[in-house]
Each structure stands twice: as structure tokens, then as C-alpha cells.
Design a binder for this molecule. Structure first.
Ligand code: G
Ligand code: G
Ligand code: MN
Length: 413
């Protein structure tokens, strides 16, 4: 192959995001069609001399020569835009997203191995950061072994049952009563210290560890609820589910079992699902959601406003509440548009018969405003940060918000 004198040779690595979910929910036959259609779209953007190869699974590698890095980025952009367009697969429209890593060839490259590896690293970084495209740089390479060791450590933490759960209180905005708390997973790594969930939940989703995490969070959250009830506090708890959990056919049974173990009725539990997953609306997830509803737990649509759910989708989903995303709530008093969004979401939720929760309430003026807009429930740093179980118990006994307590059952929390 001839090298253009001032040109740039590179390998682009393309990988479809969450392709395993496409296969799992829609079947391998549909997965194959997705791959064929994406490949055809990519091909149509290439010029003679470019080489497109399938790299097993849902990965493609593309060898290209362009004038400059910015031309390479432009090509990667076109590829992403082409993959986002809805794919029609029989009577189904499917939207997939993809990630692209770009690695330039260097004079030291003697074979394809090294450049493919660099493209791979760039692609994984793009995926992890939801960046779409990433160009290989040495500094991201240094983080790759870190990622692998983090994964190993996460596995160990799960096996050792070392993940913890913190609780962030939720307040009834009409009565100022504490209604319950959201359970949030916490991981303190032996050497790194606190690792934010955003850094390990995605990793857990990609590797299937999320099932075990969800189950441990659920177990700990329900154990705490049992203690609260024993101490006379009639509080509920909300647990976050990931999209992946909804594909797990055993999820509903495990939840029923966990409730049973703690002698709790399903109505103490709310499960928060995000609307952002593009593939949520598939037969398998809908079956899980329907079974959860029949079990009698409440479903809440988390981060509402940031995803893609249409109104008709919302009407069909058996959810009991909407949780307005904190990005709208925290600017409520500063940004008129955010105010309009919050106000209309409250109305929308109420018109659909749903309870509306605001998260990310950072101070009392925001809390007051939400109350006057008719929002039902609130949560945020302005009420309390997430607290470990012990601090949560202390908070319950010292907060100025109303805490209903049945005095006849007065065990310590
Ligand atoms: O406090 P915070 O940083 O915990 O949470 C960051 C993000 O991680 C939020 O979007 C939250 O929904 C998510 N998250 C927190 N705990 C859990 C959990 O137990 N399971 C899942 N799937 N997501 C969680
Ligand atoms: O996506 P999810 O709804 O589960 O979000 C919970 C996340 O929001 C947690 O990371 C929690 O720590 C964070 N959080 C809770 N209250 C506030 C708040 O008032 N402001 C901000 N910025 N984040 C908050
Ligand atoms: Mn949540």
C-alpha cells in the first residue's frame, strides 16, 4: 500500500454498544441483521483502498488512509451518525449506538497487532465515557490495566460481600414527612478509597456482575427496612435497577424471595429504572416489568427527561412514579426553561396518575418552589446527603422533618 506523503494511515475500530442486549432480547437472527445493515452502511462511506473487516462478534476494524486526523475524525463521525439511524428489522425499528476508536499507524508499526490493540483501547475508552469517538493517546493506555484490575477487585468485593449501601431520605413535600429512602451502592476500595458508582456500574453491566450487585444492594436495603420497621419507622426503600437486570429472567423471583426473607410486603419496595435505555421497550424487558407490577412493587422512571421515552411508551409502562432528573431540578430557580420543564413534567405525571418525585434538591428555596408547583416527593443534598445505615438512623431521630414512629414497637435501629 502506498503512503501518501503528508497523509495519515489509521485503523478505526467500531463496536456496537450493548450488542449482547440486542441478541438477548431480540434473538441472534435479529442480531445478525443488525450487523449486516451496519456493515453495509459503513461500507457505503468508504472509498477505494479502505479495508473493512469484521472482527468477530460485533466488532469491525477499518483500515483507512486520509489526509489528516481531522478527516479521520470526520469519517468516524459519519460512521456513528450512520449507525444511529433506526434499523428496520421486519416489523421492528431498532436503534443502536456504537463507539469508534481511532489509532494512527506509526513508523514503528511492524505488524497489524499493535495498531489494532491501540484502536481497541481507544474504542473501549469511547464506550466507557459514552464519548462516541476516541483517538488513541498514551495516557488512556495507562488506564487500561487499571480497568482490568478494577474489574478483578470488584469481583472480589462482591464475593466478600464488601459493597455497602447508603440511604438518601425522601420527603413528602406536602406534609414534610419522611417517606423512605433511596438505596445507593457504595464501594470503598482497599487502596483506591471511594470508587464512584458511575465508575463501576458500567463495568459491572458490561461484564454481567451487575446481577450480583443488584441482589446484594436489594438484600441490604431490605434488611435495613426490616430494622426500621422493627423500630417503629414505617419507611419504604427505592433500589436502582440497571437495564441489564430487566433482561434477567430470575430477577422477579429473587426480589420476591428477598422480600419474603425479611417478612416484608412488596409495597415497601420501589424499583427505579432509567428511561435512557434505548432497548428497554422489548418483549423481554416488558415481561419483567409486567411481572414486577404483578408482584406488587412500585416502579419509578428515574432520570426522567434525559432519555427518549415517548408519551405513548410512558402510558403503556406500568410505572407508579416519575423522577425528574436532577439536572432540571438544580437549576430550577435560575433557568426559566428548566422551570418550564419541571412544571410541565409535574403536570404530565399527575395527568397520567403518577406520583412525581424531584431529585437533586440542593437547598430549601428549591424545595419550597417544588412544593408550590405541586411536586409530591423530594430528595437531594438540601434534605440530606446519602448516609450510611447508622447515620441514617441518627438522622431519623434528629431531623426537623416529620418522622412518623409507632411507639409500641421501639427497638433501636
Ligand atoms: O450517589 P450516586 O453517585 O450514588 O450514584 C451515581 C449513579 O449510580 C446514579 O445514577 C445511581 O442511579 C447509580 N446507582 C447508585 N447505586 C446503584 C445501584 O445499586 N444499582 C444501580 N444499577 N445503579 C446505582
Ligand atoms: O440517577 P440516580 O437518581 O439514582 O441518582 C442518584 C445520585 O444523585 C446519587 O449519585 C446521589 O449522590 C446524587 N444526588 C443526590 N442528591 C443530589 C443533589 O442534591 N445534588 C446533586 N448534584 N446530586 C445529588
Ligand atoms: Mn435513582
Amino acid at each position: 500500500m502506498t503512503l501518501p506523503t503528508d497523509g495519515q494511515r489509521a485503523v478505526l475500530k467500531l463496536d456496537i454498544d450493548k450488542f449482547n442486549e440486542v441478541n438477548d432480547t431480540l434473538g441472534h437472527h435479529v442480531g445478525d441483521m443488525v450487523l449486516e445493515q451496519i456493515a453495509a452502511r459503513v461500507k457505503s462511506l468508504l472509498t477505494p483502498g479502505d479495508v473493512l473487516a469484521r472482527f468477530g462478534g460485533d466488532e469491525f476494524a477499518i483500515y483507512v488512509e486520509r489526509r489528516s486526523m481531522s478527516d479521520l475524525r470526520a469519517l468516524a463521525d459519519e460512521i456513528l451518525v450512520a449507525s444511529y439511524a433506526p434499523l428496520s428489522l421486519g416489523d421492528l425499528d431498532v436503534v443502536v449506538t456504537a463507539s469508534v476508536g481511532i489509532a494512527a499507524l506509526t513508523d514503528d508499526d511492524r505488524d497489524a497487532g499493535a495498531v489494532l490493540r491501540r484502536a481497541d483501547i481507544a474504542m473501549y475508552t469511547a464506550k466507557k465515557q459514552h464519548a462516541g469517538i476516541e483517538v488513541y493517546r498514551e495516557e488512556i493506555d495507562r488506564r487500561t490495566p487499571e480497568r482490568l484490575s478494577l474489574l478483578g477487585d470488584l469481583r472480589e468485593a462482591i464475593d466478600a460481600d464488601a459493597l455497602q449501601v447508603h440511604f438518601q431520605p425522601k420527603i413528602d413535600l406536602v406534609t414534610s414527612e419522611v417517606t423512605g429512602a433511596e438505596a445507593l451502592v457504595r464501594w470503598t476500595h482497599p487502596t483506591r478509597g471511594f470508587v464512584p458508582p458511575d465508575d463501576f456500574i458500567a463495568l459491572a453491566e458490561e461484564t454481567g456482575l451487575i446481577k450480583a450487585i443488584t441482589d446484594q444492594v436489594l438484600a441490604k436495603a431490605l434488611r435495613s427496612v426490616r430494622r426500621w420497621h422493627a423500630a417503629g419507622y414505617r419507611l419504604g426503600v427505592a433500589v436502582n435497577l440497571s437495564t441489564h437486570d430487566l433482561l434477567d429472567e430470575l430477577l422477579v423471583d429473587r426480589i420476591a424471595q428477598r422480600l419474603d426473607q425479611n417478612g416484608l410486603l412488596p409495597d415497601v419496595l420501589t424499583l427505579e429504572i432509567t428511561e435512557s435505555s434505548l432497548l428497554a421497550d422489548t418483549p423481554r424487558t416488558m415481561t419483567t416489568i409486567e411481572r414486577l407490577r404483578r408482584l406488587g412493587v412500585d416502579l419509578s422512571l428515574d432520570d426522567f427527561g434525559t432519555g427518549y421515552s415517548s408519551l405513548s411508551y410512558l402510558r403503556r409502562l406500568p410505572v407508579a412514579e416519575l423522577k425528574i432528573d436532577r439536572s432540571f431540578v438544580s437549576n430550577l430557580l435560575l433557568d426559566q426553561q428548566d422551570e418550564v420543564i419541571v412544571r410541565s413534567t409535574i403536570d404530565l405525571g399527575h395527568n397520567l396518575g403518577l406520583k412525581v418525585v424531584a431529585e437533586g434538591i440542593e437547598n430549601s428555596p428549591i424545595l419550597d418552589r417544588l412544593a408550590s408547583l405541586g411536586c409530591d416527593v423530594g430528595q437531594g443534598y438540601g434534605i440530606s446527603r446519602p448516609l450510611d445505615p447508622e447515620m441514617f438512623a441518627t438522622w431519623l431521630s434528629t431531623t426537623e422533618f416529620l418522622v412518623e414512629r409507632d411507639r409500641s414497637v421501639r427497638a433501636a435501629v
